[in-house]
Design a protein around this ligand. Structure first.
Ligand code: KIV
Length: 267
């Protein structure tokens, strides 16, 4: 099916038609334009910008202003995809009014279409308040990188029975209060299959197997720009790190050899 403009409703339609949903991160105008024109359904302005753009070790330090800056650049480039923006750490956990203010800032200042929050029952008041204000919310369960210091590692989540049960109940709760979709990150494939059998909203996986309704990756991982981060769920479609490095080395070498610019490249 050809969809002209992807909305939250389109994603549900896709799920119901058994059409898988593609989602990829973007943080700037140039890449967002390429990704949108390549028919990715959902563009996530992820707080992974904290790692791949700002060079931080975790997603914890990125600010709301920084997320809005990235989201604004992405929105300008996008004509088809649904643009979802991560609410960064510290902008929604403490109280629901703050959460709503943060979400409103993202929507008004960037022009994005939806926000994503990490967590389940512990942030339910925030999620609920944002949805009641008319802002679509995507959930994020399983490995939630903003809580890295609580868990101490990025290992597979919800392997224990009680954690799996909690995750299923969070997925149901998010659906019940009106989230239009949820991300499941780095959990056993059997568990995501179980979640999908219980909920009716779209479930997008990253390291959650192939029983889900769609997949998301970080753009820098897909393009092979990152090299040190190697969980098994990443598929690198390019080795752009090497290609960029080779191109830059050729440029440096051409300058040194006085081979750039040549006659045709001068005025
Ligand atoms: O920030 C991000 O890129 C994400 C994806 C990994 C789902 O949340």
């Amino acid at each position: 099916m050809i969809y002209k403009r992807i909305t939250t409703r389109t994603l549900l339609e896709m799920k119901n038609n058994n059409e898988k949903i593609s989602m990829l991160t973007a943080y700037d105008y140039t890449f967002a334009k390429i990704i949108d024109q390549s028919n990715v359904d959902v563009i996530l302005v992820g707080d992974s910008a904290s790692n791949v753009i700002a060079g931080n070790e975790t997603t914890v330090p990125i600010t709301l202003d920084e997320m809005i800056y990235h989201a604004k650049s992405v929105v300008k480039a996008v004509q088809r995809a649904l643009v979802v923006v991560d609410l960064p750490f510290g902008t929604y956990q403490s109280d629901s009014k703050l959460a709503l203010r943060s979400a409103i800032r993202i929507m008004k200042e960037s022009g994005a279409h939806a926000v994503k929050l990490e967590g389940g029952s512990e942030i339910i008041d925030s999620v609920s308040k944002i949805i009641k204000a008319g802002i679509p919310v995507m959930g994020h369960l399983g490995l939630t990188p903003q809580s890295i210091y609580k868990f101490g590692s990025y290992t597979v989540r919800a392997k224990e029975k009680h954690e799996a049960e909690e995750l299923i109940s969070d997925a149901l709760l998010l659906e019940q209060i009106g989230c239009f979709a949820t991300v499941l990150e780095k959990i056993p494939s059997n568990l995501s299959k179980k979640v999908c059998s219980k909920v009716s909203y779209p479930v997008i996986g990253i390291g959650a197997g192939n029983h889900v309704d769609g997949q998301v990756l970080v753009m820098h991982d897909l393009l092979g720009l990152t090299t040190e981060f190697n969980p098994r769920f990443i598929r690198r479609y390019l080795n752009l790190n090497n290609q960029v490095s080779d191109a830059v080395k050729s440029y440096v070498s051409d300058i040194k050899k006085m081979n750039f610019p040549n006659d045709e490249e001068m005025y």
